[in-house]
Design a protein. Structure first.
Lengths: 296, 312, 431
C-alpha cells in the first residue's frame, strides 16, 4: 500500500541525527583517549585514525583500577554507594509499589498521582530541598534538638557516607518506583488467586508467586537507576562536597575541566562505559523484547 | 492441643501478637505497607513543599522562617529576585529556550523515526533500531562527555552554547518520542490505514488524513514530555554550556548549592517545577481528552503505565 | 629513517624558536610522513629540555618572579593617534568579575559603543575557546601563566603604550614591567590578591593569625571541633601549594615528584581532622556562617562584606591572614587584546579604561572586592570610607608585596601540570 522506500526515508533523518550526535561523539571519546594534546594550548587533539592510536594512557588508567592503585578506592566507593543506594531504594520502593498495585483501592489514583509527582519534580529541585532540610540550621536538626534526641546538631552535609547514600536514594527512587509499579501491575491477578485457592498463605503466595514474577521488573528498575547513579558526580558534590565521598564521575569531571590530560578523562569515560556495558545490554534486550511483544 | 485452649488463645492474644496482627491486618489492607507507602509519599513531597515554602520567605534565610512575602524573591528584591538578578532571569529564559527548541525539533524527528522504524524491515532497520535504543541506556555523564568532545574537536563550526545544548537535548529526547509514538502506532494497528487504502486514498492521503490524526495524542504527549525532560536536564546542559550566559535553571541551582543559596534560588526552582508540572498536567488532560471513547487497554493511569514501561 | 628524524628535529627546532607557527610545524611534519594526528604526541617539551632550559609553550622560557621573560613580538603594535572604531566591542572575562555599572557602562558612554561581555568559568576553558576560535572577542582577561601560551599561539597582539597613559600613571611600578611580560608588551594588570585563611571569630576561638604556623589549623587535632565547617580552595595549585607552605616550602612551581607526593599526603591528612569541603564559594559561605575557616583569596573577603554579608551581622567577625611576601602567594591577572580583533584602537582605550583610578576603585568597592594594582588604592582610606572593616586591612596588598621576591603560581611544563593535576585528582578521590 505504501511505496517501499517510504519508511527508510522517514527513518533516515533521525538515524543520521543519532549517528552524528550519538555514535560519532562516542568515537570522539575514543579518539581523545588514544590521541594527544596540542603542544601550546594543551587541549585535546583527537586521533581519528585507528592505525596510529596510542593505547598508553588507556592502559595506564586501566592499571589505576587495580587494587591499591589510584582509582581503586574511588571506584570501590562508587560501587558500594550504588549498591547500597539501590538496595535501600528497593527495600523502600518495592513495598510502596507492591501496596499500590495490590491493595490500594479507593486511594489508588491519588497515590499514583502522588508518586508521579516527585518523578516530575526536577532532580536539582529535590536536591536543593534535601540540602535545605539537612543544613546545620535546617528543619531536621531543629527537630532533633527540639526532641532532645541530640545535644549538638549533627553535621549531615559534612562528608558523611550515609548522607550521600540517602541523597542518592532520595534522588533516584522515583525513577525506580514507577517502572516497578508498572511491572507489578502487569502480573496477572488470576495467578495469585489460583495460588490462594490452592491453599497458599498470603506470605507464601507472595514469596512463591508475586516475587518471582516481579523479578524482571525488579531487575529492569534497578538497572534504570543504577546506570545514571554510576555516572553521578553532582549528588555527592551537593550533599557533601568533601573528598571523602566523591564518586568516579567526579574524577572524570576533574580531568576534563582543564589541565593537560583530557586523554585520561576520556579513558576513564571509556572504562566506565565498558563496565556498564553489561547493564546496558541487559536493559536494551529487555526493552527490545518488550517492543516485540507489543508489536506482536 | 484441645479445641478449648485453642479458643482461649484466640480470645486473649498477647500484646505482641495484637501489634503483629494490627500491622499485617490479615482481613484488610496490610497496615505495614500502608504506613511505608504514606511515609514514602511524605518524604518525597514534604521537602519539596518546604523548599517551595521558603521561596516565600520574607527574610534571606532558607532554613528559618521570617515571615511571608509573596513576591520578594520572585519579583521585588532588586538584586536577588528571579526578575531582579539578571543571572537568574537569564537562566530561566535559557531553560525555556532550550526546552522550546528541543520540543519543536525532537518531536517531528522522533515521529518520523518512529513511523520509519515501526514499519521498515531488514537488517539496516534492526541496526537503526539498536542505535535508537542506545541513548535510553547511556549514563548522561558519558553522553555529556562525548558530546562535549565532539563539539570541541570535530564539529568546531558549532561552538559550545545554545545550539550545541539544543542538539544535545534533542539527541537524548529523540528516543523517548520514538517509544511513545511507536507504542501508539502499535495500539491503533493498521486496519484504519487498510480501510483508507481500500476506499481509494493515496499513501500520502492515508498518512495525512488517517495516521497523523490518530497519532495526535502521542505527538502531543511527546511535545510535553520532551519539554519536561529538557527543562530538568542538568548534565548535558552543563557539559555543553558556554559559561554563565548559557546556564540553565538546574545549573544555577546546582552551583548555588555549593555556596550559600538565597530563597531566590528556591523561587527559581519553584518556577521550573511549576512549568514541568504544568506541561505534564496539560499532556495528561489532553491525552485523556483525545483518547476518550477508545478502549483503555492499560490499567489506571495510562501515563504512569507508559512512563513505567520505558522511562529512563 | 635517519633522514626523516633529522628533518623532524629541524622542524621542531624551528617551531620552538618561533620561526614556524604551530600549524606550519604540523603541516611540515605531515610532509615528512608523520600523520598529523600523531604529531602532537611528540614530546615537544622534552625536546626543549634537551636544549638545556625549561621552555614553555613555543619555546618561550617559563617566567618566574626572579626570572623575568620578554615575550617575542607577534608583528607590530598599531600606529599611534588613530581614531577609535565603532562598536560593538566584545570582552571576555570570568563570571561576576567586572562591574557592569561602573566599568562597562562608563566605557560605553564615553566612547559611544555597545560593550558585549562573554564569560568563562576557568582559564583553561577561556584559552581553549580562544584557541579554537569558538569565541571572537576583542579583549580578554588572562592570567600571567597563560600569556606565553597566548603569544606562542599568536592569539594576542602587542600593545602601543601611547594609548594607555594610565598604565604608567596609576599602576604599581613593579607591575608596569612585570616578570611575566617585560615591558608590558601584551598586557596590563587588572586585580591582585593573596592567598591565606579567612575565618569567623564568632565561631572560631583560636586566633588563627597569631599561631606560630597558621596553616596548621587544618591539620591540628584541636581543630576537630571545626570539622565539617572548614574549606579548601577547589584548585590544584592552591590546595597542594597550601600543603607545601604548611611545611615551610616556598617553591610553588616545583615539578619534583617527591615534594608533590608529600604535599598530597599532607593534604589528605586534613580530611580526617578538619574535614574540609572543597569549593571556591568562601565569599558566600563565610558570610552566611555555613563555613567557619576557609583557605581564601584576599579579594573574596571584601567581596563577602560587599555582596553577601547578611544585614545586621557584625562585620568585625571576619578575619584574614596570609603569610606575607616571600612566604605566601600573591597573584594578579591581566587584560590583553586579541590579535584577530578588528577594533584594536578601541581595545587599547579599553585597557586604559581598566587602568583608570576611579573606574578601578568603583569596580572593587561596589562589586568584585578584588583590589586593582593601583598606586592610589590604600587600606586606610577604605576603612575611613566605611567600606573595609578595620581588621581586614591586611587583605590590601601594597606595591612591595608583588614583583621580585614574591611567590606566585607560574606556568609549568606540560609534564609538571600533569603531575599537579594527578596529585589533585588523587586528593579529590579521597583514598
Amino acid at each position: 500500500m505504501y511505496p517501499k522506500w517510504l519508511w527508510p526515508v522517514f527513518a533516515v533523518p533521525g538515524v543520521v541525527w543519532l549517528i552524528l550526535l550519538f555514535l560519532v561523539p562516542f568515537y570522539a571519546v575514543i579518539g581523545v583517549a588514544f590521541g594527544g594534546v596540542d603542544p601550546i594550548f594543551l587541549n585535546a587533539v583527537p586521533n581519528w585514525n585507528p592505525l596510529s592510536w596510542n593505547y598508553d594512557v588507556l592502559l595506564t588508567t586501566l592499571a589505576g583500577f587495580l587494587p591499591g592503585n589510584q582509582y581503586w578506592g574511588i571506584f570501590l566507593r562508587t560501587v558500594v554507594y550504588v549498591a547500597l543506594a539501590l538496595t535501600g531504594s528497593l527495600l523502600f520502593g518495592y513495598p510502596v509499589a507492591y501496596y499500590i498495585s495490590r491493595h490500594a483501592r479507593r486511594t489508588k489514583m491519588l497515590l499514583i498521582a502522588l508518586i508521579v509527582l516527585p518523578f516530575w519534580v526536577s532532580y536539582m529541585m529535590r536536591m536543593l530541598a534535601w540540602v535545605n532540610l539537612f543544613s546545620p540550621s535546617g528543619f531536621v536538626n531543629k527537630f532533633l534538638l527540639w526532641t532532645n534526641l541530640v545535644q549538638t546538631p549533627p553535621d549531615w552535609l559534612g562528608g558523611n557516607h550515609a548522607s550521600v547514600i540517602l541523597g542518592l536514594i532520595y534522588g533516584y527512587i522515583p525513577y525506580l518506583i514507577l517502572p516497578l509499579l508498572a511491572a507489578l501491575d502487569r502480573i496477572d491477578r488470576s495467578v495469585l488467586e489460583a495460588a490462594r485457592d490452592l491453599g497458599a498463605s498470603p506470605a507464601s503466595a507472595f514469596f512463591h508467586v508475586t516475587l518471582p514474577l516481579s523479578k524482571p521488573g525488579i531487575l529492569g528498575a534497578s538497572v534504570i537507576i543504577a546506570l545514571p547513579m554510576f555516572g553521578d558526580y553532582y549528588t555527592p558534590t551537593i550533599v557533601s562536597g568533601s573528598p571523602r565521598t566523591t564518586m568516579i564521575g567526579n574524577q572524570i569531571d576533574i580531568f576534563f575541566h582543564g589541565g593537560p590530560q583530557p586523554s585520561v578523562g576520556a579513558s576513564l569515560t571509556m572504562i566506565l562505559s565498558a563496565f556498564l556495558a553489561v547493564l546496558m545490554a541487559y536493559y536494551m534486550i529487555t526493552i527490545a523484547k518488550a517492543q516485540k511483544e507489543v508489536a506482536g | 492441643m484441645t479445641a478449648v485452649t485453642e479458643r482461649r488463645r484466640i480470645a486473649a492474644p498477647s500484646t505482641a501478637q495484637r501489634i503483629r496482627n494490627w500491622i499485617l491486618n490479615p482481613w484488610g489492607e496490610p497496615r505495614g505497607l500502608v504506613v511505608i507507602t504514606w511515609i514514602y509519599v511524605a518524604i518525597s513531597i514534604v521537602p519539596v513543599v518546604v523548599a517551595i515554602m521558603f521561596s516565600f520567605n520574607a527574610g534571606r534565610s532558607v532554613t528559618a522562617w521570617q515571615g511571608f512575602s509573596l513576591t520578594r524573591w520572585y519579583l521585588d528584591d532588586p538584586r536577588s529576585s528571579v526578575i531582579g538578578d539578571p543571572r537568574l532571569q537569564h537562566a530561566l529564559l535559557q531553560s525555556l529556550k532550550l526546552a522550546g527548541l528541543t520540543m519543536l525539533i525532537a518531536t517531528p524527528l522522533g515521529v518520523m523515526l518512529a513511523l520509519g522504524l515501526a514499519r521498515w524491515r531488514g537488517r539496516l532497520a534492526s541496526a537503526s533500531n539498536f542505535i535508537m535504543l542506545f541513548p535510553l541506556v547511556t549514563p548522561e555523564l558519558v553522553m555529556g562527555v562525548s558530546l562535549f568532545l565532539v563539539f570541541v574537536n570535530l564539529f568546531t563550526f558549532i561552538p559550545l552554547g545554545t545550539t550545541a545544548q539544543v542538539m544535545g537535548h534533542v539527541t537524548f529526547s529523540l528516543s523517548y518520542v520514538v517509544v511513545i509514538v511507536r507504542g501508539r502506532l502499535f495500539s491503533i494497528g493498521r486496519q484504519y490505514e487498510e480501510a483508507a487504502a481500500d476506499l481509494g486514498a493515496t499513501p500520502w492521503e492515508t498518512l495525512r488524513l488517517v495516521v497523523l490524526p490518530l497519532l495526535l495524542p502521542a505527538i502531543f504527549s511527546s511535545l510535553m514530555m520532551v519539554f519536561a525532560i529538557s527543562i530538568d536536564d542538568f548534565v548535558i546542559s552543563a557539559w555543553l554550556s558556554c559559561g554563565s550566559s548559557c546556564d540553565t535553571v538546574p545549573i544555577r541551582v546546582y552551583s548555588s548549592t555549593r555556596g550559600a543559596p538565597l530563597p531566590s534560588i528556591n523561587a527559581l526552582a519553584t518556577v521550573m517545577v511549576a512549568m514541568t508540572l504544568t506541561a505534564i498536567g496539560i499532556a495528561w488532560v489532553v491525552h485523556r481528552y483525545m483518547t476518550r471513547g477508545e478502549r483503555r487497554t492499560g490499567k489506571q493511569g495510562g501515563m504512569t503505565q507508559a512512563m513505567g514501561a520505558f522511562d529512563l | 629513517m635517519k633522514d626523516r628524524d633529522s628533518k623532524i628535529q629541524t622542524i621542531m627546532t624551528g617551531y620552538r624558536r618561533g620561526f614556524l607557527s604551530r600549524r606550519e610545524a604540523l603541516r611540515a611534519l605531515g610532509a615528512v610522513g608523520l600523520a598529523a594526528g600523531a604529531a602532537p604526541l611528540l614530546d615537544f617539551a622534552a625536546l626543549a629540555d634537551e636544549a638545556g632550559k625549561q621552555a614553555g609553550p613555543g619555546g618561550i622560557p617559563l617566567s618566574r618572579p626572579d626570572k623575568p621573560v620578554t615575550l617575542p613580538l607577534n608583528g607590530d603594535p598599531i600606529k599611534s593617534g588613530l581614531e577609535p572604531e565603532k562598536g560593538p566591542f566584545h570582552i571576555f572575562n570570568y563570571q561576576d568579575y567586572i562591574d557592569q555599572v561602573s566599568v562597562i557602562d562608563t566605557f560605553s558612554k564615553k566612547y559611544g559603543v555597545e560593550v558585549v561581555l562573554t564569560t568563562f568559568d576557568s582559564m583553561d576553558q577561556a584559552i581553549t575557546r580562544l584557541a579554537s576560535g569558538t569565541v571572537e572577542v576583542d579583549s580578554t582577561n588572562i592570567t600571567p601563566d597563560r600569556l606565553a601560551q597566548g603569544v606562542a599561539g599568536k592569539l594576542l597582539q602587542p600593545l602601543n603604550h601611547s594609548y594607555i597613559p594610565n598604565l604608567e600613571k596609576n599602576i604599581f611600578k613593579s607591575l608596569q614591567n612585570p616578570f611575566y611580560d617585560q615591558g608590558s608588551q601584551y598586557s596590563v594588570p587588572y586585580n591582585l590578591y593573596s592567598t591565606g585563611i579567612g575565618w569567623r571569630t564568632d565561631k572560631v576561638k583560636t586566633d588563627i593569625g597569631s599561631l606560630a604556623n597558621p596553616w596548621s589549623v587544618f591539620w591540628d587535632e584541636s581543630s576537630k571541633e571545626y570539622s565539617g565547617y572548614t574549606g579548601i580552595l577547589d584548585d590544584a595549585r592552591e590546595s597542594l601549594g597550601m600543603a607545601m607552605q604548611y611545611r615551610g616550602l616556598t617553591d610553588m612551581n616545583t615539578e619534583d615528584a617527591a615534594v608533590l607526593d608529600k604535599a598530597l599526603a599532607d593534604l589528605k591528612a586534613t580530611v580526617p581532622i578538619s574535614n574540609p569541603k572543597i569549593n571556591i564559594t568562601e565569599y558566600q559561605t563565610l558570610a552566611d556562617g555555613s563555613c567557619w575557616i576557609h583557605q581564601s583569596w584576599s579579594g573574596d573577603m571584601l567581596g563577602a562584606i560587599i555582596s553577601y554579608w547578611p544585614e545586621g551581622q557584625d562585620k568585625s567577625i571576619l578575619k584574614y591572614w596570609w603569610p606575607g611576601k616571600g612566604k605566601g602567594v600573591t597573584q594578579n591577572d591581566c587584560w590583553a587584546l586579541l590579535a584577530k580583533s578588528k577594533k584594536p584602537v578601541l581595545g587599547h582605550l579599553w585597557l586604559n579604561h581598566i587602568c583608570d583610578a576611579e573606574v578601578a576603585y568603583n569596580n572593587t568597592t561596589t562589586y568584585t572586592g578584588y583590589q586593582p594594582a593601583q598606586k592610589s588604592f590604600n587600606a586606610d582610606e577604605l576603612v575611613k570610607a566605611g567600606i573595609l572593616p578595620e581588621q581586614l586591612k591586611n587583605i590590601i596588598l601594597t606595591e612591595e608585596d608583588v614583583g621580585a621576591g614574591s611567590l606566585q603560581y607560574c606556568a609549568l611544563t606540560p609534564k609538571g601540570q600533569g603531575m599537579w593535576q594527578d596529585a589533585y585528582a588523587k586528593f579529590n578521590s579521597g583514598s
